[in-house]
Design a protein around this ligand. Sequence first.
Ligand SMILES: CC(C)(COP(=O)(O)OP(=O)(O)OC[C@H]1O[C@@H](n2cnc3c(N)ncnc32)[C@H](O)[C@@H]1OP(=O)(O)O)[C@@H](O)C(=O)NCCC(=O)NCCS
Length: 191
Amino acid sequence: MTGGVRLRAGGRDLADEAFDAVCALHDEVFAEPPFAWGPDTAAGNVADLERLRGDPTFRLLLAEDAGRPVGYAYGHRLPVDHGWWGDFPEPLPPDLTAEWEGRTFALVSLALRAPWRGRGTGARIVRGLLAGRDEERAVLSVQPAATATQAFYRHLGWRPVGRKGPLAGVTPPYWDIYLLSPLPGRDAAHG
Ligand SMILES: CC(C)(COP(=O)(O)OP(=O)(O)OC[C@H]1O[C@@H](n2cnc3c(N)ncnc32)[C@H](O)[C@@H]1OP(=O)(O)O)[C@@H](O)C(=O)NCCC(=O)NCCS
């Protein structure tokens, strides 16, 4: 570890180039506690990345140290008929769940290898992923057991929306949803 972590942002081309590295990072990070690892966890990430890299709104942020991938984040603009606001025990406020084309970006996955943590790199990755986005807000889901990760997101200004679940066939069955609104650089009234 040199500490000289560089960030690269891209879409389909970067995802094609770094596909195997991102999947390896995902598996290394999420196979460790406190994360729940199920028989479909690795394949689920492969399928997500495979599907989302073809979306023109997809963005990947790759963190490299001396040319070696050490972390990443990826996400995309949610379609209006997404299911993120379903499966909550109580209905969410309509002004939250209202969607229109381009309103919401989803941070789908984020991981940084353990030796590179605690030096501001995770925050750089998240900010780099969101930089220049023209959506109004962003959402993400995080496992309830990942309390340090949740503290990290709150520190960065994300706010918990609620816990959804139980989700049949999903590991783990409950997920906490966080919202960042407005995105940095966006005016709250911009809409
Ligand atoms: C989450 C993760 C990306 C954070 O990366 P990181 O490089 O360790 O975090 P940073 O050093 O950039 O922290 C940024 C800020 O958050 C704060 N922070 C980090 N963890 C915190 C915690 N547990 N509690 C409170 N604040 C925290 C830092 O103090 C720092 O604050 P500062 O900017 O005021 O100095 C990394 O820990 C990781 O990959 N974890 C495992 C995978 C994971 O949780 N992925 C997300 C799944 S949804």
